[in-house]
Design a protein around this ligand. Structure first.
Ligand code: PRP
Length: 181
């Protein structure tokens, strides 16, 4: 397989991701088997591929919705989060699963958990494909986690660098000179 020039190495190949997504879907389907409908809330843009694969493997009734957030950054430091597009589905008294591609500092997920908890869902959990524990600044609970990954810039399977590389079928580390230049 020839890799794009900017890619240093593949961390999680297609098969590894597919296997883990299937496991997560099986676990979620078992946990919500008696719950009725599940509302999957994907956080744009990064979650769109993970959510699409996960949702198609669920065996429980579900509906899919999306939110978009914007982060205020000071250099590479995330300083604040704001909701810029909300769900169309009212979530009160419904079972809500927030679906993310990555948890890094934790600020985004922390903000989302508070924002959705205030809407009084029947239940509220999180499903995140990748986590960088070394970068955490706030404690967040990830109920369903795909993989812990090292503190390197990762792209592919929804993850981007300057909106590039999201559609690579694997998750890969970017060459440091690409983002350090
Ligand atoms: C990424 C990711 C999370 C957030 C995690 O989004 O999708 O939403 O960063 O970072 P945190 O734990 O430090 O808050 P990004 O801002 O890159 O937008 P995108 O999903 O549109 O790529």
């Amino acid at each position: 397989m020839s890799l794009p020039q900017a890619i240093e190495r593949v961390l999680l190949d297609e098969r590894t991701i597919a296997r883990r997504v299937a496991e997560l879907a099986a676990q979620i389907s078992a946990d919500y088997a008696q719950a009725g409908e599940l509302v999957l809330v994907g956080v744009l843009k990064g979650s769109f591929i993970f959510l699409a694969d996960l949702a198609r493997r669920l065996t429980v009734p579900n509906r899919v919705d999306f939110i978009a957030i914007s982060s205020y950054n000071r250099g590479s430091i995330s300083t604040g989060v704001r909701l810029i597009m909300d769900t169309r589905t009212p979530v009160s008294d419904r079972h809500v699963l927030i679906v993310e591609d990555i948890v890094d500092t934790g600020h985004t997920l922390d903000y989302l958990m508070r924002a959705f908890a205030a809407r009084q869902p029947a239940s509220l959990r999180t499903c995140v494909l990748t986590s960088k524990p070394a970068r955490r600044e706030v404690d967040v609970t990830v109920d369903y986690l795909g993989f812990e990954i090292p503190d390197v810039w990762v792209v592919g399977y929804g993850l981007d660098y300057a909106d590039q590389f999201r559609t690579l079928p694997y998750i890969a580390a970017l060459k440091p000179e690409v983002y350090q230049s």
